[in-house]
Design a protein around this ligand. Structure first.
Ligand code: SF4
Ligand code: F3S
Length: 106
């Protein structure tokens, strides 16, 4: 499956959700995750993310391997999102900022 990684936190553009043919994006307060049991590896979401936060499970950025399990865990807790919404007003300020995992809200 594909995995949403750290750069989505506090950016949350949600362009990704509209292209998923199997509705596997789940929404939390400031982050989205992909349900690995639903993702069919169609690859459509990966180029949609303006901050390049989506990767194949076996190609997540170094140091972000924990996001594989985090997507699986949070997908069970959070509701499905299928329609794009406006990103946070300050989304642009957070693109590429390090240490965003600490800011993840559950
Ligand atoms: Fe959905 Fe395809 Fe992205 Fe998987 S790869 S989350 S099926 S859009
Ligand atoms: Fe996050 Fe990118 Fe989707 S910022 S919500 S993975 S478009």
């Amino acid at each position: 499956p594909f995995v949403v990684t750290e750069n989505c936190i506090k950016c949350k553009h949600t362009d990704c959700v509209e292209v998923c043919p199997v509705d596997c994006f789940h929404e939390g307060p400031n982050f989205l995750v992909i349900d690995p049991d639903e993702c069919i590896d169609c690859t459509l979401c990966e180029p949609e993310c303006p901050v390049n936060a989506i990767f194949p499970e076996d190609d997540v950025p170094a140091g972000q391997e924990g996001f594989v399990a985090l997507n699986a865990e949070l997908a069970k807790a959070w509701p499905v999102l299928t329609v794009r919404k406006d990103p946070p007003a300050d989304a642009g300020d957070w693109d590429g900022k390090p240490g965003k995992l600490e800011l993840l809200e559950r």
